[in-house]
Design a binder for this molecule. Sequence first.
Ligand code: E4P
Length: 224
Amino acid sequence: MEFILDTINLEEIRDGVDHMPIVGITSNPSIVKKTSPKDFFGHMRQVREIIGMSRCLHVQIVATKAEDMIAEAHTIFKEIDDQVYIKVPTSYEGVKAMKALKAEGANVTATAVYTTMQAYMALEAGADYLAPYFNRIANLGGDPVALISNVAKRIEEGHYDCKILAASFHALSQVEEALNAGSQAVTAPYGILKTVFANPNIDKAVNDFNSDWYDVYGQDTSIC
Ligand code: E4P
């Protein structure tokens, strides 16, 4: 299981990586807009500095023609580093770009996946990750759970070297559904992942335990 943060906010990244088992960062142009860094590449280099090379960094291209997508990927490699996962929308042109980038040995994340057939195309194009848009699919009346479980089954049976990176979450329950359906990875906003711990029962349990400890050893004592 991989937990990835869907943000380029440096405070969220620092805090999230410090507290949770986060293995990477994803972004897209709308996520970039939320922070609107003046120097995009300078900012992304800062993100890389925080997360280090052992975590993955997924950066989305904006071109719509395969040749231009490939050129943007090369700029990303030059400006950030060549380990970045290039997020390519799973369009007709995007799949062409994915094949070319994989032939160069680049890391590729197929994004904007709304259908099982798009996922299968990305799989065969050699994508390392593919990102079905959970909430957007559900909003369109689709079934993201069925999509994820079909693709997960196909990946397992075909021994594909590809992970489902479920994305587009608007509630923690959706993240859990995606993982239970067979997603190997999920990318979610910082606020949604933190919701895991926003449970008053956790605080109550801790308070009750501490109160029993203090009854025995005195208020505000600790194990140290
Ligand atoms: C992944 O990075 C996706 O681009 C992102 O999760 C999409 O989320 P949204 O549907 O909330 O825009």
